[in-house]
Unconditional design. Structure first.
Length: 372
């Protein structure tokens, strides 16, 4: 893995796909920023960061997974009342994926992440730099490969993305005018992004005052030395203190020593680092928001519909509830008709693209695992 470096046309953001009629009908007045799709998703004049967060607000994001301890991390965050964003690489579900995923299927991973309150996001299929002409040569074939980089992961991810809140982060943060142009003309234009970060992009300085990138804490590619969990956590704290509010970049793939739970000895790992950081941040008064709650990002996404009203049942002339004579018999019939130990089948959440044309059929993309 190479350092995450932001390059190219970071000022542009992907939006949900809109038909021409919808664009014309929802175009903002002169001087307004971007073009909307039914009043929600829109192009942005700047990249998405955590600049719109309030002081001491943190949005945790995890790239390059799932790894061997992703579901453990998910459960820990849920127990802490924290909802995070997981930017997934599709190849992490392939054979010999290199991410650490021990053979779990998309349904097993995504169903649990969503149930724990997290949001799923697209980090491409193979984690290749979208601006690299070696991977994506100029011309039609290279353009098609750029689209496939998102579409292959989208094919397994989209059924679990709630309320069509599609988020995208390019590998290494690398982004160009060509990437935007190609994807904007494709079905992958439904994504909001590129989403950047404020903390966790690079190693700098000493352990006492420097900043961190978790993958580099464990791999030492920039020459600052391999870090323990405690030292890497300290560097993240340094940067969070300096910025004051942040989208933080971390990774849930198996980059470090996943079995080393001693935070002060040897090579560390991100999962145990999160477990060290969260109590410290809470003690200092930091609060956590989910990525799609960052104000600038929330403004570009479709709204979450309100829950349906609760049916209070029949009422008398004064509005007071009265017993439903059919409730008991219905309940008895239900209980007697099935095994007491049966478990209801849970289907993954299914969503419709709110900006798709009414007469357009769903588009399927082949899934092909690609390894770095």
């Amino acid at each position: 893995m190479a350092p995450h470096a932001w390059s190219g046309l970071g000022a542009l953001a992907l939006v949900a796909a809109c038909s021409g009629a919808e664009l014309a009908a929802s175009a903002p007045p002169p001087g307004a920023e971007g073009t909307t799709c039914r009043g929600t998703q829109a192009l942005s004049a700047t990249s998405f960061t955590g600049a719109s967060l309030a002081a001491k607000e943190i949005a945790l994001t995890f790239d390059d997974g799932p790894g061997s301890r992703t579901l453990e991390l998910s459960a820990y965050l849920k127990a802490q009342g924290i909802r995070a964003a997981f930017f997934v690489n599709g190849h992490c579900f392939g054979q010999g994926n290199g991410c650490g995923n021990p053979g779990l299927s998309p349904a097993q991973v995504f169903t649990q992440l969503v149930a724990d309150g997290h949001i799923l996001a697209n980090h491409t299929q193979s984690h290749r730099d979208l601006t690299n002409a070696g991977y994506f040569p100029s011309g039609a074939s290279g353009d098609a490969a750029i689209v496939a980089a998102l579409a292959d992961t989208d094919a397994i991810l989209a059924p679990y993305v709630e309320h069509s809140r599609f988020l995208f982060r390019p590998p290494y943060g690398a982004w160009s005018a060509r990437d935007y142009s190609v994807l904007h003309a494709s079905a992958m234009d439904k994504y909001i992004g590129p989403v950047r970060w404020d903390v966790g992009g690079a190693m700098t300085g000493s352990d006492a005052t420097g900043f961190a990138a978790d993958w580099d804490c464990w791999q030492n590619q920039s020459g600052f030395g391999v870090k323990t969990t405690a030292k890497c956590a300290g560097r993240y704290l340094n940067e969070i203190h300096a910025v004051g509010r942040a989208i933080t970049l971390m990774h849930d793939s198996d980059n470090g020593n996943m079995a080393n739970h001693d935070v002060n000895v040897g090579k560390g790992n991100t999962i145990d680092m999160v477990k060290r950081l969260v109590p410290q941040l809470k003690a200092e008064g930091y609060t956590f928001v989910r990525l799609d709650e960052v104000p600038s990002i929330a403004a570009a996404l479709p709204p979450i519909p309100p829950p349906p009203p609760v049916d209070a049942g029949p009422a008398d002339a004064d509005g007071k509830p009265v017993p439903d004579s059919g409730a008991q018999s219905s309940s008895s019939s239900s209980s007697s008709g099935g095994s007491s130990g049966s478990v209801p089948r849970v289907e993954p959440p299914r969503t419709l693209d709110p900006c798709a044309s009414a007469d357009s059929a769903p588009q399927e993309y082949p899934y092909s695992a690609q390894v770095h």
